[in-house]
Design a protein around this ligand. Structure first.
Ligand SMILES: [Zn+2]
Length: 427
C-alpha cells in the first residue's frame, strides 16, 4: 500500500529433493476442475508434476508423502505484495521505513517476509514495487532462486513509476530545503517515462507498475474521482515501452479517472480499484482486464486513515462489497492480491479469502482466483496454479476442508515448491 498523501493506494526444513515423490491426497482441488477428486495420487519428478489420478502407480524408489487426511491444492499465488514494506497505516509508518531503515536492513526484513509468505502457502508472489528500496526485489528473487534464502517464486516490479511530486516522501510535508527519498521513480515527460521503463527492465523488472491516480474524492452523483498522475503522453509512452520490451503493466488505480486511462494505455491489471464505477466494471469485463481488489489492506488501513483525516478509504470500503459482487457477476477476472506489506506481515495474507467468499464468491472461485486466475495474469497458465502434468510441483495442503470453511487456508500445514518440501506438519 502506500503513502497516505497521494493514494489510497512451524518449523520449516527444506528437505532434500528426491528425484521422484508420490503424494497421496485425501481430497484434491486441482485449481482447474469444478469437482473435488478423492484418493488421487500425484507423481512428481524433479520439480514438475508428472502424473495425477486415481490409478497412478508409485515407482518403488519414490518417496511417499501421505496427505490422505488432508485437502491438497496448488501452491497459492498472491498477485499483489510488498516484501520490502512492513505496514503503513499512517504516513508516519511509511516515512520512518524510508528515513530510518537502510536498504540492506529492509532487505533482511524482506527475506523474512518472503519466508513468511512461503510458510503460509504462497509459493508465488507478484511483488509490486519496493517502496524506495530500489532493485532489492531483484536481489531477493535471485537469492531465493539460488537457494540462499527460502521464499516464493517472485515476479518483481522494482521501483514503480509516478510523476514528479506525486508520491512520498513529499516536500509538502517536509522542508523544501530537504531532498527526500522517494518511494517510486519519478518522471516528467514521455521521454523520461520511456527511460524509466527501459532502466527498470534492464535492472530486472518483470512487470512495470505505475501509480495512475491519487487524491480521491466523491462527487454529488455518488461517483468517485481522482487526480490522474500522468499526462496522456506520459502514460501512453509507458504502455508502449512496456509492450515493446515484452513486459506487462500493472496500474494502481482507484477511480475511473485512473482506471480507464490506465486500461487505455495497456494496463493488464488494476490494483485496488476500490472506487470503480459501473463503466469501469463493463470495460474490464469486456477487455479481460484483471482486478486485484486488495480487500484486506483496505480493511487494515480504513479506521486509522480516517482518524488521520483521510476518510476516503473507509468510505470506499463500505461500498466495496457491492462493487466486488457486481464485478464478479459481470465476469471481471478477479486475481487474488492482498497488498501484504501495506499491512503487517504478522497478519496472514490468506485472510483475504474470507472476504471474497463473504462478498459473493464460492470457496472454489476464491481458490481459483489465487491459483489458475492469478497464473493467467502472470502468463503462467499450465505451469503455475494447477496440479496437472507438466506444471511446476508447487503444492500445499490443509487439514480442514476449505470448501466448507475457507479460513482453512489460513492454516496451511504442508508446502512444496518446485518439488521441494518446505513445511510438513501433517504427519
Ligand atoms: Zn501495493
Amino acid at each position: 500500500m502506500k503513502p497516505l498523501l497521494l493514494l489510497i493506494c512451524g518449523v520449516s526444513v527444506a528437505f532434500s529433493q528426491s528425484s521422484q515423490i508420490v503424494i497421496k491426497c485425501g481430497k484434491l482441488i486441482d485449481g482447474k476442475s469444478e469437482r473435488v477428486a478423492e484418493n488421487f495420487t500425484i507423481l512428481i519428478e524433479g520439480n514438475k508434476i508428472k502424473e495425477v489420478g486415481a490409478n497412478v502407480k508409485a515407482p518403488s524408489a519414490a518417496t511417499v508423502i501421505d496427505l490422505s487426511d488432508a485437502t491438497v491444492l496448488p501452491g497459492l499465488i498472491d498477485a499483489h505484495t510488498h516484501v520490502l514494506l512492513q505496514g503503513d497505516i499512517t504516513s508516519e509508518d511509511y516515512d520512518k521505513q524510508l528515513l530510518k531503515e537502510s536498504t540492506p536492513y529492509r532487505t533482511l526484513r524482506a527475506a523474512k517476509s518472503c519466508k513468511t509468505a512461503l510458510m503460509s502457502g504462497f509459493t508465488t508472489i507478484r511483488d509490486l514495487e519496493t517502496e524506495g528500496a530500489m532493485y532489492a526485489d531483484v536481489d531477493l528473487k535471485k537469492a531465493i532462486n539460488n537457494g540462499v534464502v527460502e521464499g516464493p517464486r517472485m515476479f518483481v516490479a522494482t521501483r514503480a513509476i509516478s510523476t514528479t511530486g506525486r508520491y512520498g516522501l513529499s516536500n509538502s510535508v517536509y522542508s523544501w530545503e530537504l531532498r527526500m527519498p522517494k518511494g517510486v521513480q519519478e518522471i516528467t515527460g514521455a521521454d523520461d517515462a520511456r527511460r524509466a521503463v527501459r532502466e527498470q527492465v534492464s535492472y530486472g523488472a518483470d512487470w512495470i507498475k505505475i501509480y495512475a491516480d491519487g487524491s480521491y474524492y466523491k462527487t454529488t452523483d455518488g461517483i468517485w474521482h481522482s487526480i490522474p498522475n500522468f499526462s496522456k503522453e506520459e502514460i501512453t509512452a509507458i504502455g508502449e515501452q512496456t509492450r515493446m520490451l515484452r513486459k506487462k503493466l500493472s496500474a494502481h488505480a482507484v477511480t475511473r479517472d485512473g482506471i480507464l486511462y490506465a486500461i487505455e494505455a495497456g494496463a493488464r491489471s488494476i490494483e485496488h480499484g476500490s472506487g470503480m464505477d459501473d463503466e469501469c466494471i463493463k470495460v474490464m469485463a469486456q477487455k479481460g482486464i484483471f482486478w486485484c481488489p486488495t480487500i484486506y489492506v483496505e480493511v487494515w488501513v480504513a479506521e486509522g486513515r480516517a482518524r488521520e483525516g483521510s476518510p476516503a478509504f473507509k468510505m470506499m470500503l463500505e461500498e466495496l462489497p457491492e462493487r466486488f459482487n457486481k464485478a464478479l457477476k459481470a465476469g471481471v477476472k478477479i486475481a487474488f492480491g492482498t497488498d501484504v506489506g501495506g499491512f503487517d506481515w504478522t497478519e496472514n495474507q490468506a485472510k483475504e479469502f474470507s472476504y471474497m467468499v463473504k462478498w459473493g464468491m464460492t470457496p472454489l472461485q476464491a481458490i481459483k482466483s489465487a491459483t489458475t486466475v492469478a497464473a493467467e495474469l502472470l502468463d503462467m497458465k499450465g505451469q503455475l496454479g494447477e496440479i496437472s502434468p507438466g506444471a511446476f510441483a508447487d503444492i500445499v495442503a490443509v487439514k480442514d476442508d476449505p470448501l466448507k470453511d475457507i479460513s482453512a487456508l489460513e492454516r496451511v500445514g504442508f508446502v512444496m515448491k518446485d518439488g521441494t518440501v518446505y513445511k510438513n506438519e501433517m504427519k
